[in-house]
Design a protein around this ligand. Structure first.
Ligand SMILES: Cc1cc2ncn([C@H]3O[C@H](COP(=O)(O)O)[C@@H](O)[C@H]3O)c2cc1C
Ligand SMILES: O=C(O)c1cccnc1
Length: 349
């Protein structure tokens, strides 16, 4: 709790002066004003985050939080739970979807076991296991409040270490079979939605099994009665260790003035928790893509951020964040490498 509280205390608002200077420069670059659209918004946001006119985002990393979910017992995923562990090993070996996209973006992938249900022996996976998977949330809380806080603090620790090692752009990713179920439960509570409206197929759950998933989400909420006004209560009762870890990464990014790129549906659920814990975190987040998962657009609405890309992707792992890294770095190149009308010796068009 100590680390979480200290980190939350460090979070400040964006640097308005730096944003103003960058906006003025961008408005004077040799192009029609606003013609580079969202690239301009990103460059201005990055100046607000870092306080710099020419921020660098050339050392990127995706932090992948891997954990299991006790609710898998209820048959809410098409994949068996063991796939979490198998995929985590492949991610650590650089062989999964996020790895391919991160390597193209020259980004590191940091793989963390924050709660896989069995021991994983892999030197490339950072062992920060809070517990061996969560409990089945239809029977009681997924974890205790202390464990949720510990998982948030794992995210803070990993992100803070990465930043100390020179990382200047972070992305969130996860691997956790079943995690679209707690993500949807979080969204249902925080956005006051009916589970029917927002429950999707995740990693290809057969359509005929969707009603069961909806009922499981409803039951978890009914049994635990999470308090919408207490995001950590929601996280502990109907969340997951991977989701908590990602929320911790977002909080640490904000505290250390480093932008955090939010991946798809599950990352957005984590962002909803992080911003409910501390609303200022939102200023430090960049939403990468609109996941194809059913509840994704409602999740983005609740978070209040418009995703940059719409690629019909629904993988998770941080894949969308890795893809967006290229565009975010392009925004800094635009700001730094273009010249202004004054520098070109011509009047503003
Ligand atoms: C082979 C495989 C690789 C994945 N990589 C990410 N996910 C994604 O799917 C899971 C969530 O979907 P659900 O809630 O339906 O289980 C998470 O692990 C997420 O990262 C994968 C899923 C599978 C099967
Ligand atoms: O958008 C995501 O993050 C997602 C959607 C479905 C399954 N796994 C991840």
């Amino acid at each position: 709790m100590e680390l979480l509280n200290q980190t939350l205390k460090k979070i400040e608002g964006l640097n308005e002066g730096a944003m103003q200077k960058t906006k003025e420069r961008i408005d004077n670059l040799i192009k029609p004003q606003r013609s580079l659209g969202k690239l301009e918004d990103i460059a201005i946001q990055l100046s607000g985050i870092t306080g710099k006119l020419y921020p660098k985002v050339d050392r990127k990393a995706i932090i992948v939080m891997a954990a299991d979910h006790g609710v898998c017992e209820e048959g809410i995923s098409a994949a068996p739970q063991i796939v979490t562990k198998m995929m985590t090993s492949y991610i650590a070996k650089g062989l999964s979807g996020v790895c391919a996209l991160a390597s193209q973006a020259r980004a590191e992938v940091i793989t963390v076991d924050i709660g896989i249900a069995s021991q994983i022996d892999d030197e490339n996976v950072i062992n920060k296991k809070v517990r061996l998977g969560t409990n089945n949330m239809t029977k009681g809380p997924a974890m205790t409040k202390e464990e949720a806080i510990k998982a948030l603090e794992v995210g803070i620790e990993i992100a803070t270490d990465a930043i100390k090692n020179g990382i200047n752009l972070l992305g969130t990713g996860e691997m956790g079979i079943g995690n679209t179920t707690p993500s949807t439960a979080i969204l249902a509570v925080m956005g006051e939605f009916d589970a029917e409206e927002i429950t999707g197929i995740g990693a290809n759950l057969p359509k005929e099994e969707l009603t069961n998933k909806i009922n499981v989400i409803k039951k978890a909420i009914e049994v635990n009665k999470p308090n919408k006004k207490d995001a950590i209560d929601v996280l502990a009762k109907i969340g997951g260790l991977d989701i908590a870890g990602m929320a911790g990464v977002m909080i640490a990014g904000a505290a250390n003035k480093v932008a955090v790129v939010v991946d798809g549906y599950i990352s957005t659920a984590a962002a909803i928790i992080a911003t409910a814990i501390e609303p200022k975190v939102k200023d430090y987040l960049i939403s990468s893509h609109m996941s194809n998962e059913k509840g994704a657009s409602k999740a983005s609405e609740i978070l209040g951020l418009k995703p940059m890309l719409d690629m019909d992707m629904r993988l998770g792992e941080g894949s969308g964040a890795a893809l967006a890294f290229n565009i975010i770095e392009a925004a800094t190149f635009m700001n730094e490498k273009m010249i202004t009308f004054q520098e070109a010796g011509i009047g503003v068009v």
